[in-house]
Design a protein around this ligand. Structure first.
Ligand code: ATP
Ligand code: MG
Length: 336
């Protein structure tokens, strides 16, 4: 339903979106995650034909954003970061106005306005001025204008930003009720948002795509097993990498050992546990009992936040921030 290939968008010297490729299938809800300035809004503006791409292609419902912008717009409902509301209009009047702009004919407009006010639970404010609505209600009116022409695809830029927890839950429920009929991409900074609403996550950072995966895959990987970064040092000279790897692999509960780095006398590995196993203590014991020094041992990737930070903050920075356990154990220290 949405196809993005090698998409790049530059603003003067800033590369806001850098060669990203992804697809979204019909009926999917996909979360678009990334820190401030990652390029989420820019990507959404290209998809909604507000900005032309610098390079690459994007298409919605089979229509290219550059070649068939009118067709693309017919198929898309867009909720920008700041909803395009007119404070001096009443809700009903505004929805009729946007409906007409989107080509809904006079005979259908009443039906569509009734439908979206019901779906977005704004029936009780239909005759209120938009300027007098609370933020949550405004956001719902923003959503109502996005779906008034019953588009196949919804592109929602931070639909829950600035809302209170109750409003967030209501919007989340609304999105769930829209899923299936509609293909939805929503951007957010809130990880739990993605866990609750989305089947897949696209993570971007500094314009680059860093991960696309199902929420289940990400969370299973995190919740079920433990990933540990470990750094081993020989007391005299360099430990033999193969030997260290084999010893680590033999520790009970370890499923996988990958060597990450070898620098001077230090070797770093990433070790993953089997489901539900805790391996840090045994790893530390094995290293020390083998006559090596353990210069670092820390958990990696224990939550969606950890993955997000790791993917978006760069490995080095994430290592510093996530360093819950960075220990140096000397042989004597461990034997006491
Ligand atoms: N109109 C513009 N002119 C110049 N640079 C821009 C413009 N709009 C965005 N940028 C830059 O492009 C990059 C991506 O911005 P974008 O708004 O797409 O990020 P975002 O992921 O939506 O961030 P946020 O989470 O803060 O909304 C940033 O470095 C931003 O400063
Ligand atoms: Mg943005």
């Amino acid at each position: 339903m949405i196809k993005v290939e090698g998409l790049t968008k530059r603003y003067a010297r800033t590369v806001a979106v850098d060669n990203i490729t992804f697809e979204v299938e019909k009926g999917e809800i996909v979360g678009f995650l990334g820190p401030n300035g990652a390029g989420k809004t820019t990507t959404m503006r290209v998809l909604t034909c507000f900005l032309p791409p610098t390079a690459g292609t994007a298409s919605v419902a089979g229509f290219d954003v550059l070649e068939k912008p009118l067709e693309v717009k017919k198929h898309i409902g867009y909720l920008p970061e700041t909803p395009p509301l007119y404070p001096e209009m009443e809700v009903d009047e505004y929805l009729r106005f946007t409906g007409k702009l989107k080509g809904i004919s006079g005979s259908d407009i009443d039906r569509r306005v009734d439908e979206v006010t019901g779906r977005c639970a704004i029936g009780d404010v239909r005759n209120k001025l938009i300027g007098k609505l609370s933020k949550g209600y405004r956001q719902r009116v923003g959503l109502a204008q996005a779906i008034i022409h019953n588009p196949d695809v919804l592109i929602l830029d931070e639909p829950t930003s600035g809302l209170d927890p109750k409003q967030i839950i209501e919007i989340r429920e609304l999105l769930k009720s829209l899923a299936g009929d509609h293909t939805i991409i929503l951007s957010t900074h809130i990880l739990s948002e993605v866990e609750h609403s989305c089947q897949r996550v696209i993570i971007i950072n500094q314009g680059k795509l860093v991960a696309i995966d199902s929420v289940d895959n990400l969370t299973n990987r995190l919740r079920g097993s433990e990933a540990v970064a470990i750094e081993v040092e020989a007391a005299n000279g360099r430990p033999n990498p193969t030997e260290v790897q084999q010893r680590l692999e033999q520790v009970a509960g370890v499923s996988r050992v990958v060597m990450r780095n070898s620098k001077d006398s230090r070797l770093s590995f990433e070790v993953e546990s089997l489901q539900g196993r805790h391996i840090r203590a045994d790893l530390a014991r094995t290293v020390v009992q083998s006559g090596w020094n353990l210069s670092e041992l820390k958990a990696v990737g224990l939550s969606l936040e950890d993955i997000f930070l790791q993917l978006t903050a760069g490995e080095e920075k994430a290592r510093q921030e996530n360093s819950v356990e960075a220990v140096t154990v000397s042989q004597e220290g461990a034997q006491q």
